[in-house]
Design a protein around this ligand. Sequence first.
Ligand code: C2O
Ligand code: CU
Length: 479
Amino acid sequence: GSMHHGGSKADGPAGYVDPAGPEVRAAEAARKATGPVTEVKVTATATTLDLGGGRTVRSWAYGDRLPGQEVRATAGGSLSLTLANNLPEATSMHWHGLALRNDMDGVPGLTQRDIAPGGSFAYRFAVAHPGTYWFHPHTGVQQDRGLYAPLIVEDPKEPLSYDKEWVVVLDDWIDGVDGATPDAVLAELRKGMSTPGAGGSHRHKYVHMGGESDVLGKDAGDVVYPHYLVNGRVPEDPSVFTARPGDRIRLRIINAGGDTAFRIALGGHELTVTHTDGFPVEHATTGSLLLGMGERYDVLVTAQDGVFPLTALAEGKDGSALAVLRTGSGTAPTAATRPAELQVRPLTADTLRAAGEAVLAAREPDRTVQIRLTGSMTRYNWAFDGIPYTPDQRHPVKAGERVRLEFRNATPMWHPVHLHGHTFAVGTAPGGARKDTAVILPGGRLTADFDADNPGLWMAHCHNVYHSESGMMTVIGYQ
Ligand code: C2O
Ligand code: CU
């Protein structure tokens, strides 16, 4: 196969920064990555995955495991990861949440060429900020197969003290369930309910947060119920995390689902939220948390004595994911266990305050970009401002500006909106939590302020993979 080094710009409108150009290289040099280099090789491959409980599925994964092997890098160092593509299709790799050099962002047709079957790509970049991140392809709906893994960036001056760390990756698995594949689901969705004959009898019922919707499949009357997974395992045969009573445990929770928000709680424990999307917040305690697709939360818990369910309810759907914390003896929780902590209103990011260096200094925006979320379930025409994504779209910004993104959700569905290469402050009040992904409720708004300090061409999109692939994406481009 062929090995590409570095990105390659797709043809786009003139007057914008080249993803591999001098501005991008200068921003990379300013990161002064003098710390350790983490070297990793990852192979994207077709494989058989064991989801536990006797369920095996043919799917695609990084290596032979789900999630893929977690990658640990060090803030102030760099990551050097070679992705070999053993899939029958072109692929790519995106580093969700990282403010990295643009030509390593992994968006084919925008920041690099496709990685062809049999080919490979050497990703190498400075890692500036500590935190909880993850990676996945930015090609079609490949992420909704098994192609995802955690990326933990350690802080050489870690201010938190804890005894153990537990990385928790949530997923709504449909690949191979009742013959469904993410591509087939997307194809059915895109036929839409506006296509005569495609309505009613041919649709699977699939339930979304914010109301029941129909999404589709192969046979009349069938219902595709995803398997809800924690760390790649079904709730009937959950993964078990062991600790001692009194241990302080840092949980790094990642929602890698394609179409599901999760409400998560650890039975018998209070969660102390310390970070969201990698960045510190003023500590806040809660019984439960809500995570849209792509969002991350770090929490601290002090382990009680016994056996406890970590339950993630599929919001607005019928089912839950489960893992178990075991510090002593007790009865094992089941898929049906519902910790009382789930009953209280879950904490959401708009109530959090940024802490320390994560506080974005108050400043009037130099530029406001208004983006309306549009589309409907019946037409499945999800888009920004009614215009489906093409790689030549640009919302212009200039380096040095304070930019305000004003998203307005004109649809009856919620959408987790994600910005590449930057971390924005949530809301107009100073000190909002810093995030790269935030849920916008039906009819709701999101004000996302950021400093344009990372030149390049950056995606902004809904992190429902079916919505983004239907067109709910655009590009913020540095001029
Ligand atoms: Cu996690 Cu553009 O993606
Ligand atoms: Cu969406």
